[in-house]
Design a protein around this ligand. Structure first.
Ligand code: EZ4
Ligand code: CO
Length: 409
C-alpha cells in the first residue's frame, strides 16, 4: 500500500479544527487531528507545506518509521506545532492500519482492558447555587466525576466559568477560545482565589456527599508555595486531582508542592513530549499525565509516555477539551480502552454543528465513554459540510493583574 494524497482540511463549525486526511492507492483513508487552539493555521501550513510532500509514496504500515523520520529529519525538535503535525500523521496512519485490518483501533493496541472509560465533565457557576445546578445537570447527564470551577469575589472573569460575562459577550459553555481578532483580557488575583476556593469545595462536599469524585484546574496560576498551600487546604475535600497547579516547565517546582500535600496532582496539557515529564515521572511528583494525543505526537508517542508513567503507578488523564476534535477524542478513547494505567478521561461535549461535520461512533452511556467498534478510529469527516464553515480567527484570553502585569492564564 502507498500514500497517494495528504489533504489538510480547516473547518470552523462553532470553533476551528485542523484535520489531516491521508489517502492510499487502495482507496483507504485515515484522519488525524492537528488542532492547536489559537495557532491553527501554523500547523495547517506545517503539514501542507512541509509534511504532505514527504508522505507521498510511503508505505502507511510503517508508522514507527514515519514518526521517527518526521521527528528526526525536521532537525528542530519538540514544540506544539511540530508535535501536533506529527500527531496528525501518526493518528491518520493508525486509522488506516485499523481499517485495513477491519478492526477498531483499540484491538491493534492490545484489546480492551476495561468495558468503559470513566469521563469527567466540567461544572461551573458564578456562585454556589449556580454551581450546584451545573453539578446536578452533569449528574443527570450521567457524569460520575465532576470538575468544579467557580467565580471568585473581586475577579471579573475566571477560567472555566461558563456563565460569566466575557469582555466579548460570548459564554464559555463549550470552551474558552473566542472568535475575536485579539485575545480577550481577563483579570486575576491569586490571594483572593486561595481565600475563596476551599469554601466552595466545603459547600460542594456538604451538598453532594463524600463519594463523588471532584476535580479542579488551577490553570498554571500559582507559585509553588501557593500551590502547596492550596493542595493542603483542599485535603479535607478529597479531590480526585488538582490540575496544573503551577506552570510546570519548571519540573523541580513540583518537589516543593509534593512535600506539603497529599492532594493528587495532574499536569501536562500544554506539554508535547516525554521529555517534559522526565523529572515529574521519575521522581513521582505527579499522579496523572494530562497530555493530549493531538499535541503529543499521536498514539505512538502517547503509548510510550504512558508506559513510562505506568512504571511509577502514574495514570492517564488525557486532555479532552473541545479544542481536541472528535478525531483527536476518538484516538484518545481507543488508547484509554487499551492501556492498563488508565485514570480518567476529560469529556467536554462538542457542539451539535461540530458533530454534524465530524460523524462519530463513540458513545457516552451512564458516565462511561466507548470508542465503538467500527474499523479504524470510527470518525468520518463530512467534507461538504466542513467546507460550509471556513476558518475564523479565534483566541484564548489572557490575564492581567490589578497593576497591569501579564499573568499566566
Ligand atoms: O484551557 O483546552 O483542562 N482543560 C483545560 C482546557 C484548556 C484549553 C486550551 O486550549 O485547561 O480548557
Ligand atoms: Co486544564
Amino acid at each position: 500500500m502507498k500514500i497517494v494524497a495528504a489533504d489538510i482540511i480547516v473547518t470552523s463549525p462553532d470553533r476551528n479544527f485542523v484535520t489531516l486526511k491521508i489517502t492510499t492507492d487502495e482507496g483507504i483513508t485515515g484522519l488525524g487531528d492537528a488542532t492547536l487552539n489559537g495557532r491553527e493555521l501554523s500547523v495547517a501550513s506545517y503539514l501542507r507545506d512541509h509534511v504532505a510532500p514527504l508522505l507521498m509514496g510511503r508505505d502507511p504500515h510503517r508508522i514507527e518509521d514515519t514518526w521517527q523520520f518526521l521527528y528526526r529529519s525536521a532537525y528542530w525538535r519538540r514544540g506544539p506545532v511540530t508535535m501536533a503535525a506529527i500527531a496528525a500523521v501518526d493518528v491518520a496512519l493508525w486509522d488506516i492500519l485499523a481499517k485495513a485490518a477491519g478492526m477498531p483501533l483499540y484491538q491493534l493496541l492490545g484489546g480492551a482492558s476495561r468495558t468503559g472509560i470513566m469521563a469527567y465533565g466540567h461544572a461551573s457557576g458564578r456562585d454556589i447555587p449556580e454551581l450546584f445546578d451545573s453539578i446536578r445537570r452533569h449528574l443527570d447527564e450521567g457524569f460520575k466525576s465532576i470538575r468544579v470551577q467557580t467565580s471568585v469575589p473581586g475577579i471579573n472573569a475566571v477560567y472555566g466559568v461558563a456563565a460569566q460575562p466575557s469582555s466579548t459577550g460570548q459564554r464559555y459553555d463549550y470552551e474558552p477560545a473566542q472568535r475575536t481578532p485579539l485575545p480577550a483580557e481577563e483579570d486575576w488575583d491569586t490571594r483572593a482565589y486561595l481565600r475563596h476556593l476551599p469554601s466552595v469545595f466545603e459547600a460542594v462536599r456538604g451538598e453532594f456527599g463524600p463519594e463523588l469524585p471532584l476535580l479542579h484546574d488551577g490553570h498554571h496560576r500559582m507559585t509553588p508555595i501557593q500551590a502547596a498551600k492550596l493542595g493542603k487546604a483542599l485535603e479535607p475535600y478529597d479531590l480526585f486531582w488538582l490540575e496544573d497547579c503551577t506552570p510546570a516547565e519548571n519540573q523541580e517546582a513540583l518537589r516543593l508542592v509534593r512535600q506539603h500535600t497529599t492532594t493528587p496532582l495532574a499536569i501536562g496539557e500544554v506539554f508535547n513530549t516525554v521529555w517534559d515529564y522526565q523529572t515529574l515521572i521519575r521522581e513521582q511528583l505527579i499522579d496523572y499525565v494530562r497530555s493530549a494525543v493531538t499535541h503529543t505526537g499521536g498514539i505512538t508517542a502517547m503509548r510510550k509516555l504512558l508506559d513510562f508513567a505506568a512504571q511509577y503507578q502514574i495514570k492517564s488523564g488525557i486532555h479532552g477539551p473541545t479544542d481536541i476534535s472528535p478525531v483527536g477524542m476518538a484516538a484518545a478513547l481507543h488508547l484509554d480502552l487499551a492501556i492498563h494505567n488508565f485514570g480518567i478521561q476529560e469529556y467536554m461535549k462538542h457542539t451539535p454543528l461540530a458533530n454534524e461535520v465530524f460523524r462519530q461512533s463513540f458513545t457516552f452511556t451512564d458516565g462511561y465513554l466507548h470508542p465503538g467498534d467500527q474499523p479504524g478510529l470510527g470518525v468520518e469527516l463530512d467534507e461538504e459540510a466542513a467546507a460550509r464553515f471556513p476558518y475564523e480567527p479565534a483566541y484564548l484570553p489572557f490575564n492581567r493583574l490589578k497593576d497591569g502585569t501579564v499573568h499566566d492564564w
